[in-house]
Design a binder for this molecule. Structure first.
Ligand SMILES: [Zn+2]
Length: 270
């Protein structure tokens, strides 16, 4: 996770505010964890329509709690070639502030990785926090600040009923920060983000190359088509099997290589 550089102009004070708000008010009742648990079991069962429905319930419940208007929700089989939002670091979802639509997809464009339950839920919380930035905090944009990531992590840990841990940030130059994973993941601490293998390892040039191949184009053609049940069901099964495998071997995972690059902003929007 790498934060964005602060904007130069008028939005700067809002950016600073977004960075400053490191906590998120959380419900006292177990509604969100209960629904999240149900998402996991639906993924396990491999019934895509149920995953979609229960995920929409999760978002609706969150909107009620935060007293913001509802957001739309779609599950896609694959990452669309055209991603409307400018936040290219998103690997598994996006949010459109104009339509309040959250989309998550089950495969990345590059490595065809399948999302695990943890990643799926984390994506849901992340995209929902973009919704909150506009609808609750009234920001004109939604930046990936330290505060943003911490708010998303707070919601995720609440939903997953896991103890949040302190994220350790280090300056990455240009006003940006990245999480120091070795320090954040010190033994005895709990989960703080997607497993290292699921964090972004794709560079801008990879993205460009893939996007210009026929495979990339084919993926683009999926955009906006809701009926992927066949694909999705298989994808969910595979995701679950992968998760079982991962759980079996994840006890002593080494820290990820440093300096993982985010996909370049410039590539998005077409
Ligand atoms: Zn984002």
């Amino acid at each position: 996770m790498l934060t964005e550089a602060p904007p130069r102009k008028s939005d700067r004070s809002q950016f600073v505010e977004s960075d400053r708000i490191r906590t998120l008010e959380l419900p006292a009742d177990p509604e969100l964890p209960t629904i999240a648990n149900s998402i996991e079991s639906r993924m396990q069962a491999g019934i895509a329509a149920d995953v979609r429905r229960v995920s929409a319930e999760f978002l609706a419940a969150a909107c009620r709690f935060y007293q913001v208007r509802g957001c739309g929700f779609r599950v896609l089989a694959a990452r669309p070639l055209r991603v409307r939002e400018i936040w290219t670091s998103e690997r598994f979802g996006d949010y459109d502030p104009e339509t309040q639509l959250i989309r998550v997809w089950m495969r990345t464009a590059i490595r065809k990785e399948i999302t695990s339950y943890g990643t799926f839920l984390s994506t849901l919380c992340h995209e929902f926090c973009h919704h909150l930035d506009f609808e609750r905090f009234g920001f004109r944009d939604s930046w990936h600040t330290r505060g943003f990531y911490e708010r998303a992590a707070a919601l995720y840990h609440h939903a997953r009923a896991t103890a949040p841990k302190k994220l350790v940030w280090v300056a990455a130059g240009g006003g940006r920060y990245r999480i120091d994973w070795p320090r954040t993941n010190r033994p005895g601490q709990t989960w703080a983000g997607p497993e290292p293998s699921q964090r972004c390892q794709v560079k801008g040039k990879d993205f460009r190359r893939i996007a210009l191949t026929p495979a990339g184009v084919e993926e683009g053609s999926h955009m906006g088509r809701p009926d992927y049940r066949g694909h999705l069901e298989g994808a969910l099964r595979t995701a679950w099997n992968n998760r079982l495998e991962k759980n079996a071997q994840s006890k002593n995972k080494p820290p990820a290589p440093r300096g993982q690059a985010l996909v370049k902003r410039a590539f998005d929007e077409n």
